[in-house]
Design a protein around this ligand. Structure first.
Ligand SMILES: Nc1ncnc2c1ncn2[C@@H]1O[C@H](COP(=O)(O)OP(=O)(O)OP(=O)(O)O)[C@@H](O)[C@H]1O
Ligand SMILES: [Mg+2]
Length: 276
């Protein structure tokens, strides 16, 4: 697969219908994080999810991963309940904990071991992905010997090594320096194009969202406030993209919308007036 753009209508990998998520607060109140949300992600699509801190992005990923159940509405992943799709989902959480008693390499091999992949194959796969994230030199190091960005890269390699059908990533490149970040982003785009996985990717960086994704979804006020296709052909040159008028138009639109939102989700706050 070279691109998910212009493909015929495909089955949805993820389908959320009228989903509502509420949490109980320690004060005994109910906090509504997601009010009523519909989101369908076709197989193979790369979606970036953006929104202010506390608006429910991680909650949404947790719901797709089967870790949080909607209070009402329906969440379907690979045409069934999310928990049934778990083995097809690779979830890289925002602060992904590596297993402290395993070296970087052994962390990458962990999921493969659970799947019964042979030792030789495990080594081959781990080598490929440690290489992709520029961590081959640190394969024997222990998690406590690694910097935050290095740990994040090992966690990326661990997620990708399993070749999941659906990849959920929560701010996966946040701790990387600019140079490493671009190179790891490119590796990820290659992986996605080769393996045709469906991706939902949370980021606070609008540039990153537009550069990588097919579609950017803006979450706020407990619902989807904007949902735009990134109509820029692939392969994209991540460096020159920023001067492309399609990029700047999308960037301005999403930035404007984000600026209109409060910092955190506050159910008591007056709702934003609709613009259209
Ligand atoms: N298990 C839980 N129990 C109670 N409240 C929760 C739970 N998980 C999340 N929340 C609340 O839901 C809201 C949304 O949290 P979430 O982590 O989804 O936000 P986010 O958009 O990922 O924010 P950030 O960008 O800071 O990571 C927050 O107010 C948070 O306190
Ligand atoms: Mg989060």
């Amino acid at each position: 697969m070279t691109s998910t753009m212009n493909s015929p209508v495909r089955e949805h990998a993820i389908a959320l219908h009228g989903v509502r998520v509420e949490f109980d607060t320690p004060q005994g109140d109910t906090n509504t994080i997601i009010e009523k949300l519909d989101l369908s992600v076709p197989r193979g699509q790369f979606v970036a999810l953006i929104g202010r801190s506390g608006c429910g992005k991680t909650t949404l990923l947790n719901m797709v991963a089967g870790l949080v159940s909607p209070t009402s509405g329906e969440a379907q992943v690979l045409s069934g309940p999310p928990v049934k799709a778990r083995k097809h989902i690779g979830f890289m959480m925002a602060r992904d904990a590596l297993l402290p008693w395993r070296s970087a390499r052994k962390n990458v091999e962990y999921g493969l071991e659970l799947r019964g992949v042979s030792r030789r194959q495990r080594r081959e796969i781990a080598t490929r992905w440690l290489d992709a994230v520029h961590m081959a030199h640190a394969e024997r190091m222990w998690p406590w010997q690694l910097s935050q960005g290095m740990r994040q890269r090992v966690a990326l390699a661990r997620t990708w090594a399993l070749d999941p059908e659906i990849i959920l990533m929560d701010e996966p490149f946040a701790a990387l320096d600019a140079h490493t970040r671009v190179s790891v982003q490119l590796e990820f785009l290659n992986l996605w194009q080769e393996q045709a996985s469906t991706v939902v990717f949370v980021t606070h960086d609008i540039t990153e969202a537009i550069s990588l994704a097919d579609r950017v979804v803006l979450l706020g006020d407990g619902r989807i406030l904007d949902d735009v296709m990134v109509d820029i052909p692939r392969p994209r040159d991540l460096e020159s993209l920023r001067v492309d008028h399609r990029f700047t138009e999308l960037y301005d639109r999403l930035q404007r919308r984000l600026n209109q939102l409060p910092d955190t989700h506050d159910p008591a706050a007056p709702t934003r007036e609709e613009e259209n």
